[in-house]
Design a protein around this ligand. Structure first.
Ligand SMILES: Nc1ncnc2c1ncn2[C@@H]1O[C@H](COP(=O)(O)OP(=O)(O)OP(=O)(O)O)[C@@H](O)[C@H]1O
Length: 597
């Protein structure tokens, strides 16, 4: 029963793989036809050779004409595959390319389904993703492997029928040599696959070492602290350990392949001996010798090739499983209300966003331990606290990058999870602490804040004006059309503060009802901070704002300030109230303000 279910499961995996990688049916059909034609011709080849030799061996009047037909036929079996080979190769490469595209699209779709960070921010996900990438590379070759195997099968059936004409047991004996080869190939491909899977973590670490020394990220520290050699040594250690396993697997493979080359060779010798014996008894003529010797040579080569191709098909099946496992696991880690029952998100919060006994931890270690707070609609709430207190974590919960472990966040009296997720997000504006620096133009870097909105160009410029990004853009060589990256020619890199102004423009592009600002002024100079601060009031007018900042000059403009400590809100009130309270807020404020007196 389990065996049957296993077979059914395997068939389903391959069926899904075939649907995925044979995306272009026309190219697939033509390449399949070419493969099958080549197979038929290679079976005809020894048979036509026999006809030619037989004609030549029995000279009779008109032999020149009689030999012409099989001779031309034989020549065609040599010429046609050779002529069609480049066509077939080009089409196969095209099939391969299309398969790469199909697999990539599947991976992007999977990424789109990961609506939150619950899985993405775990090490296990990165291993999974690394596996999926390796799987994508193999899976895209499936079309070629499968077509090769199908063509080889067809050729072998034809050749076996020919050899069976000599002696059925000889055909059976030759065919049987493939069985142990197949079993070993299967074992070898599984072990190759498992080695690859086990090496995922060191492979990621090695990749990291290579990237660190060649990319801009971390380039200054790597050079200042002379870390090139240090990372190289680290790479060498990882490589040696990983390579030892790969080398062992390769050696096992080499031993097995050599043994099977001998086995196929021995089978061939036995076949030749049988042919010679039959010649001796007078049962076979010269044409038969040409036929059977050729057929047996092709048969053994074909059997060898088939076991290799089937091994590759088998391994690709394992990769398919891995790829589809990744794709199927790409589901939201947060609760997503079904479209038909989801609450439509309102343009702007009408009453309040409320956090009720919110608990959360990324692992077993709690970060938030019962946060209670009310964020009145249309007002700005600032969140302050020490490093690591959990402020950005609150932002992740408000933007639904995670769901609370327990407790609830409510928007106008309804749980956040009850709202249509996509719609809720379109009502959300955000400037994240670790905002993205897209390798796009200045205009696009702002426009991505509302790609579906109307009159994008005018709104981009308006948002840039309000965030101070317009001055940054004015200084760029091609203005809004300047690529903001040194990856491409003509691109420029911005300073941290300049990037922050663009990220702020992006965050305010949408007509969002709920806006979260996580350290929006951290990189700004005093003047830019003051101007943005002056603008915040008008930027946030009528919206519900959540502002996280260590800068009390920014924080004090909030209508309400929450002080987070030890995973809870320990103080709440307006700036003056909290200063008067003389608690944590007053102490933090005094420490910062005192430095400027
Ligand atoms: N993706 C994550 N996975 C695991 N732990 C995390 C993750 N992000 C944050 N943490 C942990 O959660 C805690 C709170 O982090 P958070 O970023 O919310 O602090 P914060 O108050 O915003 O700090 P800061 O003022 O330094 O920005 C920290 O101990 C941090 O190590």
């Amino acid at each position: 029963m389990r065996g049957l279910r296993g077979c059914w499961d395997t068939a389903r995996v391959y069926g899904r793989g075939v649907r995925l990688v044979f995306a272009n049916r026309r190219v697939f059909a033509v390449t399949t036809l070419l493969v099958l034609l080549a197979s038929v011709l290679s079976v005809l080849q020894p048979w036509l050779l026999k006809q030619v030799v037989d004609q030549l061996a029995t000279p009779a009047p008109g032999v020149a004409t009689a030999v012409l037909v099989p001779a031309v036929g034989y020549a065609l079996t040599l010429v046609v595959p050779a002529v069609l080979a480049p066509v077939q190769q080009t089409m196969t490469v095209s099939l391969d390319d299309q398969a790469v595209g199909a697999v990539d699209r599947e991976l992007i779709e999977a990424g789109r389904r990961l609506t939150d960070l619950t899985r993405i921010e775990t090490p296990a996900f990165h291993d999974d993703e690394q596996h999926a990438r390796a799987a994508a590379m193999h899976a895209s070759h499936f079309a070629v492997f499968a077509q090769n195997a199908a063509g080889q099968c067809l050729t072998l059936v034809g050749l076996l029928v020919l050899v069976a004409g000599l002696h059925p047991l000889l055909a059976l004996g030759l065919a049987a040599t493939v069985v142990p080869h197949l079993v070993t190939q299967r074992r070898m491909h599984r072990s190759q696959f498992e080695t690859m899977a086990a090496q995922s973590r060191p492979a990621r670490e090695m990749d990291y070492c290579v990237r660190l020394t060649t990319q801009a990220d971390g380039a200054k520290e790597v050079r200042t602290f002379g870390l090139g050699g240090w990372f190289l040594a680290r790479y060498e250690r990882l490589f040696e350990a990983a390579y030892a396993e790969v080398r062992a697997a390769r050696l096992r493979h080499l031993r097995a392949s050599t043994a099977f080359a001998f086995l196929h060779g021995a089978a061939l010798v036995a076949g030749f001996w049988f042919v010679l014996r039959e010649v001796g008894t007078g049962r076979l003529g010269p044409g038969d010798v040409a036929l059977y010797v050729n057929a047996m040579i092709q048969l053994e080569a074909g059997l060898f090739g088939l076991s290799m191709s089937l091994g590759q098909v088998y391994e690709t099946g394992l990769y398919f499983r891995q790829l589809f496992g990744f794709v199927d696991r790409a589901v939201p880690g947060i609760a997503v209300a079904p479209a038909d029952t989801a609450e439509p998100a309102r343009g702007r919060p009408e009453h309040a966003v409320e956090l009720r006994e919110v608990h959360f931890g990324y692992s077993t270690e709690p970060v938030l331990r019962g946060v209670n707070a009310v964020l009145p609609a249309g007002s700005v709430t600032a969140v302050v606290g020490d490093n690591g207190a959990g402020k950005s974590t609150v932002v992740k919960l408000l933007t639904r990058m995670y769901d609370p472990t327990s407790g609830e966040i409510r928007l106008d009296g309804r749980p956040l999870a009850a709202y249509d997720l996509a719609e809720f997000r379109t009502r959300l504006g955000a400037v994240f602490q670790d905002f993205a620096r897209f390798a796009l133009t200045a205009r696009e870097n702002i426009a991505v804040g509302d790609v579906d909105g109307p009159e994008l160009s005018a709104r981009v410029e308006e948002a840039a004006r309000r965030s101070g990004a317009d001055e940054v853009v004015a200084s760029l060589p091609a203005g809004y059309d300047t690529p903001l990256t040194r990856l491409f020619e003509g691109g420029v890199e911005l300073s941290g503060g300049q990037w922050q102004k663009l990220a702020t423009a992006r965050g305010f592009l949408r007509d969002a009802g709920l806006v979260v600002l996580d350290e929006p002024t951290a990189a700004l100079d005093a003047d830019a901070e003051r101007r943005l601060f002056d603008n915040f009031r008008s930027l946030l007018a009528g919206r519900t704002g959540v502002l996280i900042s260590h800068r009390f000059s920014t924080v004090r403009m909030a209508d309400q300030i929450l002080v987070v400590h030890d995973g809870r809100v320990v103080e709440a009130g307006a700036h003056q109230e909290l200063v008067a309270l003389g608690g944590r807020y007053a102490t933090m404020f005094e420490m910062q303000a005192g430095r400027y007196r």
